[in-house]
Design a binder for this molecule. Structure first.
Ligand code: FES
Length: 132
C-alpha cells in the first residue's frame, strides 16, 4: 500500500484539526500538528516526548478526557480529542506528590505499573518495576 492509499484519520489537538495516516501515534500527530510539547511540569518547565517507548512518561497528554495518557503509546483514532494543556483537576494540584497520585489513578507512575498503554500494534503493553 502506498502512502496515498493509507486511511486518513481526523483528530483535534488543542482545538486544531489534524489529519494523519492510520497507525500514527498521538506523539507523532503532535509533531505533525506543530505542537511543541506535551505538557508543562509542576515547576512550569515545558515537556515533550523523549523515549518514544513508554518509559519516560514525558509524553503524557489528555486523550478523550483521560488524563496522563501516553502519547507515544496511543494510536490516533477518528474523532479523537487530544489536549496538552492542564485540566482543572491538574491545575488544582499543589505539589509533585499530587501529580504522582493523580497519575497513579490513571494507570501510570504508581511504581508497579509505570508504563501502560496501547502500543503501535494495538496491543496493551505494561512496564512494571515492583518498587517505588
Ligand atoms: S515518550 Fe517516553 S513515555 Fe512516551
Amino acid at each position: 500500500m502506498s502512502n496515498a492509499d493509507a486511511a486518513r484519520l481526523h483528530l483535534t489537538i488543542d482545538g486544531r484539526s489534524v489529519e494523519v495516516e492510520a497507525g500514527t501515534t498521538v506523539a507523532a500527530a503532535l509533531v505533525i500538528a506543530g505542537v511543541g510539547g506535551t505538557r508543562t511540569s509542576v515547576s512550569g518547565q515545558p515537556r515533550a516526548a523523549l523515549c518514544g517507548m513508554g518509559v519516560c512518561q514525558e509524553c503524557r497528554v489528555t486523550i478523550d478526557g483521560r488524563l496522563y495518557a501516553l502519547a507515544c503509546q496511543t494510536l490516533c483514532r477518528e474523532g479523537q480529542v487530544v489536549c496538552t494543556t492542564a485540566t482543572a483537576s491538574v491545575a488544582n494540584v499543589t505539589d509533585a506528590t499530587d501529580v504522582f497520585n493523580a497519575a497513579s489513578e490513571n494507570g501510570g507512575m504508581n511504581g508497579t505499573n509505570v508504563g501502560r498503554g496501547t502500543n503501535a500494534t494495538g496491543t496493551t503493553a505494561t512496564t512494571t518495576t515492583g518498587t517505588r
